[in-house]
Design a protein around this ligand. Sequence first.
Ligand SMILES: Cc1cc2nc3c(=O)[nH]c(=O)nc-3n(C[C@H](O)[C@H](O)[C@H](O)COP(=O)(O)OP(=O)(O)OC[C@H]3O[C@@H](n4cnc5c(N)ncnc54)[C@H](O)[C@@H]3O)c2cc1C
Length: 368
Amino acid sequence: MDKVNITIIGAGVVGLAIAETLSDKYENILVLEKHGKFGQETSSRNSEVIHSGIYYPPGSLKAKLCVEGAGMLYSYCKKNSIPHSKLGKLIVAVNETEKIHLEELYDTGIKNGVKNLKVFDKNETVLLEPDVNAVSALYSPDTGIIDSHSLMYSLYKTSVASGVMFSFGNELNRIEKNKDGYLIGIKNDDYEFTTDFVINSAGLYSDHIAELAGIDIDSAGYRLRYCKGSYFSYEKKSPVKMLVYPVPHKDLTGLGTHATLDLGGRLRFGPDTEYIDSMEYKVDASKRDFFYEGANKIIKELERESFVPDMCGIRPKIKGNGIKDFIITDETSKGLEGFINLIGIESPGLTASLAIAKYVRSLLKEVA
Ligand SMILES: Cc1cc2nc3c(=O)[nH]c(=O)nc-3n(C[C@H](O)[C@H](O)[C@H](O)COP(=O)(O)OP(=O)(O)OC[C@H]3O[C@@H](n4cnc5c(N)ncnc54)[C@H](O)[C@@H]3O)c2cc1C
C-alpha cells in the first residue's frame, strides 16, 4: 500500500497555500481534491477583497491572521506578479446611530493593528467619493482587490515545482487511524493509502471530514451551516472608484450589501446572507429590489434596471450564536495525533490564506 507523509484535503486557496508553505520543509506531500481542478468552490466564489482586518474581535485568529495575511499577500502579489490593486475602502455611516458604531469599528481596527485608518466627516468623504451617501466614513486605504485565480495558480505551480503531488477528481470518503498513521479511502474506488499527517482543509465539508475521522462534531462545536451570499452586478459605469461598505451586521453574519470592484472596474453588489440546507448556486433574480435598495442606501442615483443577477458563494459558518472564530487545531487531545482541522474558514479566509498556512506549519512543527 502507498504511503505519503502529509495529506492535505482540499485544493482551495487555503489548501494550496498550505501545500506551498510546507513544500520547502517537508517531502512526500499529497493534495487530495474531489474536483478535476483546484479552486472550484468557495475560493472562486467570493468578493476577492484583501481585507485589512477591521471587523474581527481583537485577539481572535480572524483578526491576527487577516492583518498578517494581508501584508503577506501584498508582498506575494508583488513578488509573483499577481494582479491586484490597493483601491482603498470606505465604510459609510448613513445616520447618527451608525456613526457611533463606526467609531467602535475604528477602535477595533486599531486594536487589531490595522494601519492608516481614518474617520472622515461628510465633507471629507464626498471629496474622496462624491456619489456616496454618508454622515461620516471609516477610510481604510490598505484594503484592496486581487485576482484570486492567478493567486491559486501561482500557489499550485510553485507547489508542483517543489514536488507536491496533486490528486484531482478523488473524493476522500474514509479515514481510519491505525498503527501506521491514517488510512485514507477514496469514493468509488478500491484505492486506499496511508499517511502520517492529515490536514483537513475541505472548506464547506471540513466538519464532515472531521466526523469521518471519529470526532463528535456537535460536542466539539465543529458543525457547519451554510450561508449563501449572492451578488448582483451593475451594468453601467461604476460611480465609485473604491470599495464602499455599509456599517456591518452586529453579529458579522455578513458585512452588509457592499460595492466591490473587480480588476476590470466592473461594479458588483453583495453578498447578501441566506441560510440554506443544501448546496445550490443559483442567484434568485427576484432579489433585484433588495440589492437596489441596499446599494442605494450607500451610493446615490443608481439605476434599478442596471442591477443584474451575478454569481454567489457559500460561507461555511460554524453553527451556534454569536461571532465565531476560525478553528485551526491539532487534534492530539482527541486521540488524533498529527491531524489538523481547519473549520469555519469563511471570510477573511482568502486574505488570511498565507498566514493560515504559516500557522498550520507551526502546529505541524510541534508534531512532525
Ligand atoms: C460570498 C463570499 C464572499 C467572500 N469574500 C471574501 C473576500 O472578499 N475576502 C476574503 O478574504 N475572503 C472572502 N471570502 C472567504 C473566502 O472565499 C474563503 O475563506 C476561502 O476561499 C476558503 O478557502 P478554502 O480553501 O478553505 O475552501 P474551498 O475553496 O471551499 O476549498 C475546499 C476544497 O476542498 C475540497 N473538498 C471538500 N471535500 C472533499 C473531499 N471529501 N475530498 C477531496 N476534496 C474535498 C473542495 O472540493 C474544495 O475544492 C468570501 C466567502 C464567500 C462565501
